[in-house]
Design a protein around this ligand. Structure first.
Ligand SMILES: O=C[C@H](O)[C@H](O)[C@H](O)COP(=O)(O)O
Length: 217
């Protein structure tokens, strides 16, 4: 079964959670690219906010209503992909450099739902961890973050420089605290388990659904 088919299966399963009238945060990436048509097909009245120009353009083309993030201050649901999903619930995101906006939109959601193909499941997170850095003092920030490399990628829509941290990720909470406390780091791609309500991972034709809210209750 192809990876694209798995992405589509996970995206379609998550789209079923969305109800008429909801505010919806839309992630970014090739898995979200399958979510958008699945949402549009449902024909619901939704108010969506996109985490990237690519998602916004694709959503508008499909007839979804996309609003600026400013008219909406919270979401009923946000759905997004991930680069890595660890067995302890930590995520790495930002392979498409959208992690800063994605984290804001995930944190603003009553229910943050992750969709992925089976290749994204890992027993433990591994480098790189995507970063968005401020241009001001970039060399000094990078010195504090060693080992880090600049990514050959366009700036974020907010002007940030995209980089990748290559050190160990065996203590995600400790690393998240370190990266978050480093001046010049706009955001990093480590997403804690407390942010995530549901994970849909497709394996072949079937979709595993983990509801963290229920398993933590
Ligand atoms: O910046 C990009 C996002 O974090 C994506 O959600 C992540 O990279 C997964 O992307 P894809 O669905 O293309 O594997």
């Amino acid at each position: 079964m192809s990876v694209e088919h798995e992405k589509q299966r996970a995206a379609e399963a998550a789209a079923e959670l969305v109800e008429d009238g909801m505010t919806v945060g839309l992630g970014t990436g090739s898995t979200v690219a399958h979510l958008l048509p699945a949402l549009a097909r449902r024909g619901l009245s939704l108010r969506c906010v996109a985490t990237s120009p690519q998602t916004e353009e694709a959503a508008l083309t499909l007839g979804l209503r996309v609003e600026p993030f400013g008219s909406i201050d919270c979401f009923d649901i946000t759905i997004d992909g991930a680069d890595q999903i660890a067995s302890d619930g930590w995520l790495v995101k930002g392979g498409g450099a959208a992690h800063t906006r994605e984290k804001i939109v995930a944190a603003a959601a009553a229910r943050f739902v992750v969709i992925a193909d089976s290749s994204k499941r890992v027993t433990a997170l591994h480098p790189p961890v995507p970063l968005e850095l401020l241009e001001f003092g970039l060399a000094a920030t990078m010195r504090l973050l060693h080992p880090v490399s600049l990514r050959d990628a366009p700036r974020s829509p907010d002007g940030g420089v995209i980089a990748d941290y290559h050190g160990a990720v065996d203590d995600p909470a400790g690393l998240a605290a370190l990266l978050g406390a480093t001046p010049g780091v706009v955001e990093h791609g480590l997403f804690p388990p407390t942010l995530v309500a549901d994970v849909f991972v497709a394996r072949g034709d079937s979709v595993e659904h983990h509801n963290h809210a229920k398993s933590q209750a």
